[in-house]
Design a protein around this ligand. Structure first.
Ligand code: NAP
Length: 326
């Protein structure tokens, strides 16, 4: 089978396609014929050796896949050969065949094609965990979402919309802002040009209730200042490459809360909570209260292009690799 391999940590251009034997499903695992593999910002960090966890090369990146189950490891219950699933693989997803723990997998509803499903787990789990579990979003809230046309950002729009909240989306281009509006944002602003604090205060009668920040850099502080009394600031990530330093009096003055969102660590620390979160996603995908958007697809051999487009802000929503497309 073909896989995308990282033979040494560094620029994504070092990734190569190689032939490898198909993996066997270990006890508790599913073996999956991959129809689509989600491409995530974290893959760039893994390959560059810039993530908290530094995998030892050679390794196959790719942490989520959608496809058909072809074998069950010993002890697996609740899945059968031929089932369509989406699963967290940890590593190894950029491949024609991958293995995943059965308790990190969900059965897919027929209504959701594999390409749209492949990018769902990380982005929707992060958005749900942040907005519902950490910030306890309600229908009365106005939410400012930064990087709103990114993978996690568009999922956050969908979750906020499904929760009845009002969304102000911030994104860098006209095309991205149009995608945010199509996904359910009420207003979309250009945070690279407009005064974020001033615009948000105007648009929300004095301040937003929640900030969802996967971008960091120069945007975090004005976004924190845009929060009204009692507002909640969700620290998701630092796609801009820089971790903002903010004066803590901004939290004191308006009784604001700064909430860390550690979804990756949470999946390991709280297995029961993780299963509940996955079940929430499965229900919402099944009854279509959440509806992931069409991704940008690339054949497996163009993994570097997909990762480059992501790192250079050219992807709207999710990018996925399609091993069955040449
Ligand atoms: N805390 C958690 O549990 C958790 C879970 C998942 C992901 N994350 C983190 O969340 C962040 C976003 O992930 P994602 O999958 O949504 O990524 P993404 O699809 O690449 O979206 C990130 C967005 O950030 C904006 N951005 C601003 N400056 C950028 C720059 N210099 N380079 C790239 N993007 C830039 C872009 O929007 P504009 O062009 O509109 O500015 C882009 O759409 C990453 O740092 C990821 O590691 C955290």
């Amino acid at each position: 089978m073909k896989v995308v391999v990282c033979n040494q940590l560094g620029p994504i251009e070092g990734l190569v396609v190689e032939e490898r034997p198909e993996p066997e499903a270990a006890p508790g695992q599913l073996r999956i014929e991959v129809e689509a593999a989600g491409v995530n910002f974290v893959d760039i960090l893994f390959v560059g050796g810039q993530y908290q966890i530094r995998p030892e090369p050679p390794f196959v990146p790719g942490s989520e896949v959608a496809g058909r189950v072809t074998a069950l490891g010993a002890g697996v219950e609740g899945f059968g050969v031929g089932d369509r699933v989406v699963a967290m693989t940890g590593m190894g997803g950029f491949a024609e065949v991958a293995c995943a723990r059965a308790d990190n997998a969900l059965l897919l509803p027929d209504s959701l094609p594999s390409d749209r499903a492949a990018g769902v787990l990380q982005s929707y789990a992060t958005a749900l965990y942040a907005l519902r579990w950490r910030a306890e979003i309600s229908a009365e809230d106005t939410v400012l979402i930064l990087g709103a046309a990114g993978g996690v950002g568009l999922a956050a729009i969908d979750v906020a919309r499904a929760s009845g909240a009002r969304v102000i989306a911030a994104a860098s281009s006209e095309e991205k802002r149009a995608a945010c509006l199509a996904a359910g944002a009420e207003v979309a602003i250009d945070y690279t040009r407009e005064d974020l604090k001033k615009r948000c205060r105007e648009l929300s009668d004095g301040g937003v209730d929640i900030v969802f920040d996967p971008v960091g850099g120069p945007y975090s502080e004005p976004a924190l200042r845009a929060l009204r009394w009692g507002g909640r600031f969700l620290v998701i990530g630092f796609a801009a490459g820089e971790i903002a330093r903010v004066p803590l009096n901004l939290a004191l003055l308006n009784r604001r809360s700064i909430l860390g969102v550690d979804w990756g660590a949470f999946t390991g620390r709280d297995r029961e909570g993780h299963r509940r979160l996955l079940a929430e996603i499965a229900t919402a995908l099944g009854d279509q209260t959440l509806s992931p958007v069409e991704p940008q697809g690339y054949p497996l051999r163009r993994a570097v292009d997909a990762l480059r487009d992501l790192s250079e802000r050219r992807v709207i929503g999710k990018a996925v690799l399609l091993p069955k497309v040449d």
